[in-house]
Design a protein around this ligand. Structure first.
Ligand code: NI
Length: 171
């Protein structure tokens, strides 16, 4: 297993639309394991393959308090059921920023697990928010896209500055 590098906004690679996974190979299984390790180490509750610069439709998450209920979704498809909710969201690719984002509440998700078996879940609350946030990543979308362009530019500017400072320290 390995900790993978997480791309940070405004890196243009985060805008790539991920492609469906046609075969669940050992490489895909290893990627899922590495993504879980990276997510736990960060620490975060969800991670999409896009964020580690792999443009395939795979996401991992674990919203449990004890961090012992990893979930893997391959080729996830969301169907809205009902309702709206607002949640204070952050993102490993937008470190240090949290904003309240309005999303669907109750959703149905169809996906494959790591064995290639199709499954369906219905959820609301935090799990629903996480899945919507991560599926957005697979479509090249970030939570900052729901904010005003002024706010998004401000966050972009601050992060670029931080990234410059961080790389300067490595020299
Ligand atoms: Ni995110």
């Amino acid at each position: 297993m390995a900790i993978l590098e997480i791309l940070e906004f405004p890196d243009p690679r985060l805008r790539t639309k991920a492609k469906p996974i046609v075969e669940i190979t050992p490489a895909i299984q290893a990627l899922a394991a590495d993504m879980l390790e990276t997510m736990y180490a960060a620490p975060g509750v969800g991670l999409a393959a896009t964020q580690v610069n792999v443009h395939k439709r795979l996401l991992v998450l674990d919203i449990s308090d004890d961090k012992n209920q990893p979930m893997v979704f391959i080729n996830p498809e969301i169907t809205a059921i009902e309702g709206e909710q607002s949640y204070e969201e952050g993102c490993l690719s937008v470190p240090g920023f949290q904003e309240s984002i309005k999303r669907l509440d109750r959703i149905r998700v169809n996906a494959l697990n790591l064995e290639g078996t199709a499954f369906e879940i219905e959820c609301d609350g935090l799990l629903s928010v996480c899945i919507q946030h991560e599926v957005d990543h697979l479509n090249g979308k970030l939570f900052v896209d729901y904010l005003s362009s002024l706010k998004r530019q401000l966050i972009s500017k601050k992060l670029k500055k931080q990234q410059r400072t961080a790389s300067a320290k490595i020299l």
